[in-house]
Design a protein around this ligand. Structure first.
Ligand SMILES: Nc1ncnc2c1ncn2[C@@H]1O[C@H](COP(=O)(O)OP(=O)(O)OP(=O)(O)O)[C@@H](O)[C@H]1O
Ligand SMILES: [Mg+2]
Length: 341
């Protein structure tokens, strides 16, 4: 499949002001500011085919938002080249905007004091969405995201979860080929996260919309994105699937079983015992494709499991484990064949 998004050796350097201590320092900083370069993105190369759903993953300050801003035409790369649907996003911002949808989890694009329906109407005009398409999309998306009960309410009265559902729906009103989302699940509770994840998977599956989303949360990747790109300190660490990441980065999921009585030694096919005392037994999952249900079904019928807890490592844990095992910053790992340009 041909690539519709590509980054070739992309880097972005910001000049950040260095503050100097004391009153004299403040005066000096004002008269002759001292800056230092920050390599927010460094030498990133990837390509994404039409219809993919890709998670762009990394801890705070890894360069995720900076990359999304370059892909959406808000920023220009300092080096290298970004191509989206055959265009350079910054040079053809208007044409690019018609073909993409953008959602920033930390900054609303809805009109705060107006009813939600007015924001949709303004979006229709801004993007010159044909009436028939707008009516169809507004009805379908409002239904899928359950917006109808609050569509006439001012945005400032909506909960964060309601607002995020509305943001995503609005970004899709003009039928974009690609949807970029910067931290769409940040700050949402478990239920709201689930609604957003299910919706994004559905849009990707049913409409074939290509999705690129940034996140800190491996659960987002698990549920939406068959592929993930992991970055840290601007650099690419991994490009591949979540099971491949768990395997090569050694950050496996942990399963804790609690029994009603002392279970003695417990064996589970597809999981390695890693501790536990009393009524608890802990295992590291092998990620061999077996589901949790299959794992538990293999337990002896006599064992009396009272509770099951699954612990997904955080992105920080994954990266820490990786650096600890290597002893230094690594060369990028690729877990999948590159998409041909
Ligand atoms: N406009 C800017 N001017 C100067 N430095 C910037 C600017 N934007 C980002 N940076 C710096 O670039 C680095 C990457 O920032 P970026 O916002 O892309 O990270 P991020 O992965 O999105 O982090 P987060 O998870 O916190 O959202 C950080 O060190 C940040 O301070
Ligand atoms: Mg960010």
């Amino acid at each position: 499949m041909a690539a519709i998004i590509s980054a070739e050796g992309v880097g972005k350097v910001f000049q950040q002001r260095v503050s100097q201590p004391g009153i004299l320092g403040a005066i000096r900083s004002f008269v002759a500011p001292v800056t230092r370069p920050v390599h927010a993105v460094a030498d990133i190369t990837f390509s994404i085919a039409a219809g993919e759903a890709v998670g762009y993953l990394g801890p705070n300050g890894a360069g995720k938002s900076t990359m999304i801003k370059m892909l959406t035409g808000i920023l220009t790369p300092s080096v290298g080249e970004v191509t989206v649907l055959g265009r350079k996003p910054q040079q053809e911002r208007v044409a690019n905007a018609r073909d993409i949808g953008v959602v920033f989890g930390q900054r609303t694009q809805l009109w705060w004091d107006l009813p939600l329906s007015d924001s949709f109407e303004l979006h229709r005009r801004l993007y010159r969405v044909p009436d028939a398409l707008f009516s169809k999309n507004r009805a379908a998306l409002s239904d899928m995201m359950e917006l109808t009960s609050f569509i006439e309410r001012p945005v400032r009265h909506l909960s964060l979860g309601q607002r995020m559902r509305a943001e995503i729906a609005m970004a899709l009103m003009h039928d974009p080929k690609i949807l970029f989302l910067d931290e769409p699940t940040i700050g949402l509770d478990v239920v709201a996260k689930d609604v957003v994840r299910k919706f994004l998977s559905r849009i990707n599956r049913e409409r074939g919309t290509t999705i690129i989303l940034t996140t800190h949360d491996l659960q987002d990747i698990e549920e939406i994105c068959p592929r993930l790109i992991m970055v840290d300190e601007g650099r690419l660490l991994f490009d591949g699937t979540l099971p491949a990441l768990r395997k090569s980065f050694g950050a496996r999921r942990r399963l804790t079983l609690e029994f009603s009585g002392d279970p003695g030694e417990v064996r589970l096919v597809g999981a390695r015992p890693s501790g536990g005392e009393g009524l608890l037994r802990e295992f590291l999952l092998e990620d061999d494709g077996r589901s949790l249900v299959q794992l538990l079904a293999a337990l002896e019928a006599s064992s009396d499991v009272r509770d099951v807890r699954l612990h997904e490592p955080s992105i920080e844990e994954v990266i820490r484990t990786h650096y600890q095992s290597k002893g230094s910053a690594p060369a990028p790992v690729t877990g999948r064949p590159a998409v041909p340009a």
